[in-house]
Design a protein around this ligand. Structure first.
Ligand SMILES: [Zn+2]
Ligand SMILES: [Zn+2]
Length: 281
């Protein structure tokens, strides 16, 4: 299932590379990264790790990913860093080399910092690089693990207007709109880490959970009519919404990466993204 999702993302990237050639530096790198991510783990790994991370069904988030077996993952992280594509931006290539060549205990600490939401400053000092590329490496390596484990569990029904992923507790990356069997025009939020999608009210802000009478401010660019910026007038944060009724071939995570001009527009308006995507936009 996760392999199918990854293949769908790769197909979508190839389509968008043809339609939106200006995004090649971003999407070309992302496409080669998908191959490296595919080698991180498979379904049987995820099934073996699930019992250690699964909390009782009454608890949220359902998965405590900080309990993943870091002794098993750390050598794989080293290989991942070694295999980071040559098309990566220079700070990422240099950080990948430093992590790959560096101390094993520091590599494990970096993974744990990402999983527990603590800063990576100690790693930045140890590996002599900026925190941002280290966060990128840990996130790019661990998100396929999070997605594979999350794909094995039933998505818990979150309490009304929960802005955090019911599986792993991360914030949403992007929102999608589509028609489903029971409901037309349903809105789901897609997790920035494990890609779980959960139902969320259309007029509510996933940044501060409030529902203002006026609703969210919307902005659409002619170049991508199925992608719109949904901005909250209260907390001044935004995320993009991908309308699958307008473009059924869209892949929300990819279409977010492929529309950096909307992030630039939002920045010019003084808006802050709820959480940056993998490539830092
Ligand atoms: Zn998640
Ligand atoms: Zn808000």
């Amino acid at each position: 299932m996760v392999a199918t999702r990854r293949a769908a993302r790769a197909t979508r990237v190839r389509t968008l590379l043809a339609e939106r050639p200006h995004t090649e530096p971003l999407l070309g790198f992302y496409l080669s990264l998908l191959d490296v991510q595919a080698a991180v783990c498979d379904r049987s790994d995820a099934a073996r790790w699930l019992p250690a991370v699964e909390a009782p069904a009454s608890e949220q988030p359902l998965l405590r990913l900080e309990r993943l077996p870091l002794d098993v993952l750390s050598p794989r992280f080293r290989r991942f860093c070694h295999d980071v594509p040559a098309s990566a931006p220079e700070p990422i290539r240099l950080a990948a080399q430093a992590v790959s060549d560096g101390d094993a205990a520091r590599r494990t600490e970096l993974l744990l910092a990402l999983l527990t939401g603590t800063d990576v400053d100690a790693g930045a000092i140890a590996f002599r690089c900026d925190p941002a590329p280290l966060v990128f490496l840990a996130r790019a390596f661990l998100s396929p693990v999070a997605e594979a484990v999350s794909a094995l569990v039933d998505v818990p029904a979150p309490p009304e207007r929960t802005p955090l992923c019911p599986c792993c507790g991360w914030p949403p990356q992007v929102s999608l709109l589509r028609d489903e069997t029971e409901t037309l025009g349903i809105r789901r939020l897609v997790c920035a880490f494990c890609a779980t999608a959960w139902v969320f009210p259309r007029s509510a802000c996933p940044g501060c959970s409030t529902t203002d009478k006026k609703g969210l401010d919307l902005h659409v660019d002619d170049g991508a009519p199925h992608v719109r910026v949904e901005a909250c007038p209260q907390c001044k944060r935004y995320l993009k919404s991908i309308d699958l009724r307008v473009s059924g071939l869209a892949e929300p995570i990819v279409d977010d990466l492929a529309t950096p001009e909307l992030d630039l527009w939002a920045e010019e308006q003084g808006l802050e993204k709820i959480t940056p995507n993998l490539l830092g936009l």
